[in-house]
Design a protein around this ligand. Structure first.
Ligand SMILES: C[S@@+](CC[C@H](N)C(=O)[O-])C[C@H]1O[C@@H](n2cnc3c(N)ncnc32)[C@H](O)[C@@H]1O
Ligand SMILES: [Mg+2]
Length: 268
């Protein structure tokens, strides 16, 4: 297995680690291979994906509250989202797909890495969760004539793709009339470089070195620009910040490091 700290070779054809990654305009094969190499670690709360586990409760409750308000669902229901279709694009090991299924959504989890999908499937089966997992690119799914989704999630993925604009436009095309798109990523600021890369990868070593490329981080206005002619309208970005004193993540007004954007498609 490749050492995730070391960048795999560039060539797609000469590296077996990379062969399993489907090709497509948004695929950064090197990046997908880095996640594949860690596939077994997705559910290790103390492993390489510890930060995702740590901020999962914050983003899951944000999604829950936003969807509840938007679709006027009962906040006290055990499974408030029954009857709604959700797709988790770049689902990795299913850290979001699973809580979404538990809240009643009919869930499709899609990832470019066959190995990640293998981990996600095995974990969902252990928990008795019925989730449709697919090792595909979003472009392949969109081209297959798939019906739209009430909720489209692409969380912590866009900073890992090539051609983020075409990737996001394809994601937006999957949102049904009246539906929602959630995008989460890191901002291209000096602060995000200091905290998201220098601190997280080198000082605290929360994630393997090389996990992120600062040049691929996006400013909220760039995401808004990509969405401008897609028919989905973005709300203002919401920050997600880490408090080093309480060691907790929370929503905040500071979009300078991690942030999420919700965009809405009008009903026909
Ligand atoms: C940081 S992980 C995020 C996982 C998950 N969304 C979460 O937040 O828990 C990024 C994931 O995106 C996947 N990925 C990268 N580029 C992709 C693409 N173009 N299409 C689909 N998945 C992609 C990787 O394989 C990896 O599993
Ligand atoms: Mg990331």
């Amino acid at each position: 297995m490749a050492d995730p700290a070391k960048k795999p070779a560039k060539s797609v054809t000469n590296d077996t680690e990379l062969l399993e990654a489907p090709a497509g305009p948004s695929i950064d094969a090197e990046d997908v291979a880095r996640f594949s190499a860690l596939a077994a670690k997705w559910w290790d709360v103390k492993g390489e994906f510890a930060p995702l586990h740590k901020f999962n409760p914050t983003r899951v409750s944000f999604i829950r509250e936003t969807v509840q308000d938007h679709f006027q669902r009962d906040p006290y229901a055990l499974k408030p989202f029954e009857g709604l279709r959700l797709i988790d694009i770049g689902c990795g090991g299913g850290l979001l797909s699973e809580p979404m299924r538990r809240m009643g959504f009919e869930v499709t989890g899609l990832d470019a890495s066959e190995k990640n999908i293998g981990t996600a499937r095995a974990h969902a089966a252990q928990g008795g969760l019925d989730i449709r997992y697919m090792a595909q690119t979003v472009e392949q799914l969109a081209a297959s004539g798939e019906d739209g989704f009430d909720v489209v999630l692409t969380m912590e993925v866009i900073e890992h793709v090539n051609d983020p604009e075409s990737f996001l436009k394809t994601c937006a095309s999957l949102v049904k009339p009246g539906g929602l798109l959630f995008v989460a990523t890191l901002n291209r600021t000096l602060k995000a470089h200091a905290l998201g890369i220098v601190a997280a990868e080198y000082i605290l070593q929360w994630v393997p070195k090389g996990t992120h490329d600062w040049n691929k981080f996006l400013k909220p206005e760039e995401i808004e620009g990509f969405l401008s002619d897609t028919g989905v309208s973005p709300d203002p970005a919401v920050g997600v910040s880490y408090n080093p004193i309480t060691a907790r993540w929370a929503l905040s007004n500071d979009t300078g490091v991690n942030y999420m954007i919700v965009a809405r498609r009008d009903l026909l």
